[in-house]
Ligand binder design. Sequence first.
Ligand code: FAD
Ligand code: DLZ
Ligand code: SF4
Length: 554
Amino acid sequence: MNHPGHPRVSFPMLECLLTQGCALRIGEPDGTMKTLRLILADQLTRDLASLDDLATQDVALMVEVMDEATYVGHHKQKIAFLFSAMRHFAQSLAAAGVTVDYVRLDDEENTGSFTGEVARALKRHEPDRLVVTEPGEWRVREMMLGWSARFALPVDIRDDDRFFCSRARFARWAEGRKSYRMEFFYREMRRETGLLMRGDEPEGGAWNFDKDNRKSLPAGLRAPPRTRFEPDQTTRDVMDLVSARFADHFGDLETFGWAVTRDDALEAMQHFLSACLPLYGDYQDAMKTDEPFLFHSILSPYLNAGLLSARELCVSAEREYKAGRAPLNAVEGFIRQILGWREYVRGIYWLRMPHYAQTNALSAGRPLPWFYWSGETQMNCIKQVVEETRRNAYAHHIQRLMVTGNFALLAGVSPPEIEAWYLAVYADAYEWVELPNTHGMVMFADGGLLASKPYAASGAYIDRMSDYCGACAYDPKIKSGPRACPFNPLYWNFLIENRDRLRANPRMGMPYRTLDAMSEARREEISREAGVFLESLMHRAGPVQASNQLRLDI
Ligand code: FAD
Ligand code: DLZ
Ligand code: SF4
């Protein structure tokens, strides 16, 4: 792979045109194959497999389509971010001399689907073949696999080589293993890439410094201010479009401040490296009211959409360590999220789909409580996280895992319902990364393929890692009664309800021993209180999101 940011193809000067769906014709050298190259919203880099052998007569096709904007009710900022980043990327390709056919959402003839727009583009350009980079979602790949027969045209679906670990490489790693633990995968990736390695040994003598990464925030420590990228005219146009067409979608739009170009994403990356990375590890698990970002990078939307590459981020973080500007616990922790977790969840996704999404190991089936959309709850932790999510299209990992995720796990929410929520509300959400995190890590719906035990916790964990409890109607130290933190009875009730499934898990031995030591009367009280609380959640339904139904357009 070439260094990110440098085109691995040279872009010949062509007549270039940023069309709005109208036909585009350029001179074709005789006897040369003409290729239509579809670039998706999360493939916004010139270092893309489908642009490898770009030739003068080729056309790059980019399409804003209603189906993709509504197959879940995406956060308004997510749609605005992607459409604006797509338009900027198209402009940069065109400026580099590539012929770009760009279809806008409000183009009159827009059919609203990838398949429909490819069909129209084939008529406009009459290419000899279609080239795509494999998409990040199984649903879209299935759609693409039908195109060759449907259009009677060769369709080349290329591996997405923006990842450290190819799908084939992951399958080799997984073969014959009884369990797929991220830690072992990560060590192989460290060895293969040489990141934070001294010969065959890990830098600092250990693979993982997580024991140093669970500090609570000292009073008075403020997180560095973040750069807000002022929307330019292109972004403002897209924001108007989103306001008009997606008014009923979740999320605030006026707070939009995402970078929408590679240059601005690079600026965000530099800011993170210098201002946040040094303390990233120490306070990685901390949560604080009105500090939605703390020392996190907020780079996932750029990474996932292609504006930044995983490799450049890891190499840049390692450089900070080598230069003595960031400590090892921070840099190792950060690199592990990308080289370890990000690559690992992608590997699991492609290894196990489509069956992965269908498992429900804990037989969870309750509807998603309305407050995931409204934030209207007395539980201050959930209220804070939902409100930040609405405002920013962002919550950091521990908020997703241990607040909204933990609650969904303990309350036994139906996996598809909570998965559709996570896929909708975050600017970085794509199924390849969202699904394993939600289905596996949060909901344990895969029965422990991804996590060795459920990430279930009572109110004490949230109290230790945040300041949320101080301003809550409930008390994390009270175990029963109306002022008891709901996470407390729900936690023990979760263990009671899932005893047959979890009791034998060696990592669950301690909580089950504590549960077994309780009196029968106490266990009954827990079940009763949890039941009353869970019942109260049923009395108000959340917004019916018709668009939350995943569907295939094959
Ligand atoms: P940082 O803390 O700065 O981490 C650096 C980078 O590491 C992130 O940008 C991200 O690319 C990567 N990373 C960190 N943790 C993970 C992880 N568990 N899996 C994959 N990559 C990781 N991440 C997404 O990118 N898209 C999603 O749709 C998504 N859904 C999630 C759903 C749930 C229920 C949970 C628990 C986690 C989810 N994550 C998802 C993972 C993680 O929460 C986000 O990547 C992270 O919060 C993004 O913020 P950041 O860039 O500030 O991360
Ligand atoms: C998420 C999304 C949205 C909102 N809109 C588009 C779009 O209009 N055009 C497009 O190419 N992709 C979009 N996406 C991303 C897709 O839904 C899908 O997640 C990725 O293309 C999978 O690689
Ligand atoms: Fe959340 Fe319970 Fe703390 Fe309230 S007391 S903020 S519900 S953990």
